[in-house]
Design a protein around this ligand. Structure first.
Ligand SMILES: [Zn+2]
Length: 198
């Protein structure tokens, strides 16, 4: 089974539709943060491949940088989630913050899945076609695949909803998202069966 870990950003959905395989488990949260979904990840077995996909121009990284510089405020849970691991580091740019984040995420993923092969690719959003941004955030299970109406919305994906609750807060409080929708998984979906086999 392959894990695909990326950000909830609205611009990434079409890209993920293109590259995902049928039995992938997809995880998406604020900033492609494996720490945020650690609970869900550590419960998984049979993971042979990981595709880690952070991206540039990330709202979560921008917010983290502003919080560190005192240029923005947020609730304690959001602040902790985005900046706790960055305290004491002298970060001079968002790019540097992203680099540090990628390093620590790769470290965690290697610790959690020492036998899995890992590919890390920073998605350049400037090379993607940007859909019209919808002020909606969806939560879907990791086995859910996307429908056309999800394109342009933010998308949280995990195996347990609790793991993305702070990410939902980030979307609603800091990204101007006004609506939350939950996608019901279709029990007949072949993906679900494929994931269970491992
Ligand atoms: Zn992002």
């Amino acid at each position: 089974m392959r894990l695909v870990i990326s950000c909830m950003d609205y611009r990434l959905t079409e890209f993920l539709m293109r590259i995902s395989r049928e039995d992938d488990l997809i995880f998406r949260n604020a900033g492609a943060d494996a720490y945020g979904i650690q609970g869900s990840l550590s419960a998984l077995t049979g993971v042979s491949e990981i595709l880690y996909l952070p991206h540039n121009d990330c709202a979560a990284h921008k917010l983290a940088f502003k919080l560190l510089k005192g240029q923005e405020t947020a609730s304690e849970s959001i602040r902790r989630r985005l900046t706790a691991h960055l305290q004491g580091l002298r970060l001079t740019s968002e790019e540097e913050l992203m680099r540090v984040n990628v390093e620590r995420n790769v470290r965690l993923l290697k610790d959690l899945f020492p036998k899995a092969s890992m590919e890390v690719k920073t998605v350049d959003v400037y090379k993607l076609n940007w859909p019209i941004r919808k002020p909606i955030v969806y939560y879907a299970k990791s086995t859910t695949r996307y429908s056309e109406d999800m394109i342009g919305a933010y998308l949280l994906q995990s195996t347990t909803k609790d793991d993305v609750s702070i990410d939902l807060e980030i979307a609603l409080q800091k990204l101007g998202i006004r609506e939350f929708r939950e996608i019901e998984n279709n029990e007949d979906q072949p993906l679900r069966k494929a994931a269970k086999r491992d």
